[in-house]
Design a protein around this ligand. Structure first.
Ligand SMILES: *Cc1c(COP(=O)(O)O)cnc(C)c1O
Length: 397
C-alpha cells in the first residue's frame, strides 16, 4: 500500500540536505566543541557556522541564537527568562492568546502558581489575535507578551509585525512561538519587532530533539539546565553538533526555497480545502484567514475525529485530528474551542498538513478517500441520525 504522509505539522521526515549534513558531521564534527584539540575545534567551527546560518535566516545576530533540545525547551526558557526579568521590576502580568501550544500554556500555568497574572487574548472565530486588543490588554506592570506566529492546529498566521509594533511602542518584550512558521513563511526579527522567538528543527525537515531560541541582545536569559559553560552559560550540556548542523542545513534550504515551496504547497492546501468543504455540514477552520501553506483543518458535523483518522490510516493516509500532543486524550482541542466551536463539533476535526514532499497525486487520493469515510461514519452515527431527523439543529450549516 502506498502510504501518504499528511501530518507534517506533527513532525516531518528529514530532508536529503539535512540527512547528508548530519552524516557528514558524524564523520567530521562529532568531537566535543568545548575541547581545545583540533577535532574539538572542528566541531566548534560547525557549531559556529550553524549559529550564523540560523541567525541569517531570521535576520538576527549569531550571538542571539541559543541551541536547545527543541521547541518546548525554547518556549519554556523564553517565558521563564522574561518572567524573571519582569519580576525584578515588579512586573507580574503576562499577555498571551487562548490557542497557544501547550509548551506555552502550561509554562504560563506554572508562572501563575508563582504569582503572575495572565491575560489570554481571544482569537475570534477566524483564529487571529487583534493588535488593538493586545494594545488594550497591556498594563504598566506587563512583563512580556507571547503570541504564536502560526497556529499548529489550524495554521492561521498572526499579524506579527503589528503585534510586535504594539509591544515595541510600549517597551514590552515580545516573544513568539514560531515553531510552525519557521522555514514556511518569511520571518525577520528586526522588521517584525520580535524580541524572542522559538523554533524546532523537526517541523522544517530537520532532526527531532533540537531547536533554537533567539533572544534579542540585552534581554536576559535564565538557564533551565545548570552545568558547564556551553552556550555562554545559558544552557549546559555538550552540544549535539551533528543535529544542530542538520537543523541549520534544513532551515537554510527551507528559507532559500520558501517562496516557491509556499506557492506550490498552498495550491495543494487550497484544493483540499475547497473540495473537502463541499461535504455537507463541514467547515474549514480559520478558512477565511491567512494561513500556513501546508495546514488545512476541517470539522465534519456528526462524526468523531478519531474514527475518521483510524479509517484513513487503514487506507494508507496518515493525518491528525489536531495536535499530536493531545491525541490520546478525549478532550476536544483547546484551539477549536477557542474558535467558539461547541464540544461536539470540535470532536469531528481533521487536520491535513502538507509540505514540499507531497504531490498532486496524493491530494487526489486524499480527496477520493475522505468523503466516503465521512459518509460511512455518519451512517453509523446516532448523532447524525438525530441531526437528519431534525431532533437537534445542525451547528455547521
Ligand atoms: C511542535 C510544536 C512545539 C514543540 O516543539 P518540540 O520541538 O516538539 O518540543 C511548540 N510549539 C508549536 C507551535 C509546535 O507546533
Amino acid at each position: 500500500m502506498a502510504r501518504i504522509y499528511a501530518d507534517n505539522a506533527a513532525t516531518t521526515k528529514m530532508s536529503e540536505a539535512a540527512k547528508n549534513t548530519l552524516l557528514r558531521c558524524l564523520e567530521e564534527g562529532w568531537a566535543n566543541p568545548s575541547s581545545l584539540h583540533t577535532p574539538g575545534q572542528i566541531a566548534a567551527e560547525r557549531l559556529q557556522q550553524a549559529r550564523q546560518t540560523i541567525a541569517a535566516c531570521l535576520n538576527a545576530r549569531p550571538e542571539e541564537i541559543l541551541f536547545t533540545s527543541g521547541g518546548s525547551e525554547a518556549d519554556n526558557q523564553a517565558l521563564i527568562s522574561l518572567a524573571a526579568a519582569g519580576a525584578k521590576k515588579e512586573h507580574r502580568h503576562i499577555v498571551s492568546s487562548r490557542f497557544e501550544h501547550h509548551a506555552v500554556l502550561h509554562t504560563l500555568d506554572r508562572l501563575k502558581k508563582q504569582g503572575f497574572e495572565v491575560t489570554l487574548l481571544d482569537v475570534h472565530q477566524d483564529g487571529v489575535v487583534r493588535p488593538e486588543e493586545l494594545k488594550a490588554a497591556l498594563r504598566p506592570d506587563t512583563a512580556f507578551v507571547t503570541i504564536m506566529a502560526a497556529n499548529n492546529e489550524i495554521g492561521t498566521l498572526q499579524p506579527l509585525e503589528e503585534l510586535g509594533a504594539v509591544c515595541r511602542e510600549r517597551g514590552v518584550p515580545f516573544h513568539t512561538d514560531a515553531v510552525q512558521a519557521a522555514g514556511h513563511i518569511p520571518l525577520d526579527v528586526a522588521a517584525q519587532h520580535i524580541d524572542a522567538l522559538s523554533l524546532s528543527a523537526h517541523k522544517f525537515r530537520g532532526p527531532k530533539g533540537v531547536g533554537a531560541l533567539y533572544m534579542r541582545r540585552g534581554l536576559p536569559l535564565l538557564p533551565l539546565i545548570e552545568g558547564g559553560a556551553q552556550e555562554r552559560g545559558k544552557r549546559a550540556g555538550t552540544e549535539n553538533v551533528p543535529a544542530i548542523a542538520a537543523m541549520a542545513a534544513a532551515l537554510e534550504e527551507s528559507c532559500t526555497h520558501q517562496g516557491e515551496n509556499a506557492r506550490r504547497v498552498s495550491a495543494l492546501r487550497d484544493r483540499l480545502a475547497r473540495e473537502l468543504s463541499r461535504i455537507p455540514h463541514s467547515v474549514v477552520n480559520g478558512g477565511g484567514s491567512a494561513r500556513l501553506p501546508g495546514i488545512v483543518n476541517l470539522c465534519f458535523e456528526g462524526i468523531e475525529g478519531e474514527s475518521l483518522l483510524l479509517l484513513l490510516d487503514a487506507k494508507g493516509i496518515a493525518a491528525s485530528s489536531g495536535s499530536a500532543c493531545t491525541s490520546g486524550s478525549l478532550d476536544p482541542s483547546h484551539v477549536l474551542l477557542a474558535l467558539g466551536l461547541p464540544h461536539e463539533v470540535a470532536h469531528g476535526s481533521l487536520r491535513l498538513s502538507l509540505n514540499e514532499d507531497n504531490t498532486e497525486a496524493e491530494v487526489d487520493a486524499i480527496l477520493a478517500a475522505v468523503p466516503p469515510v465521512v459518509a460511512y461514519l455518519r451512517d453509523i452515527s446516532p448523532v447524525w441520525e438525530a441531526l437528519e431527523k431534525g431532533e437537534r439543529p445542525y451547528v455547521i450549516q
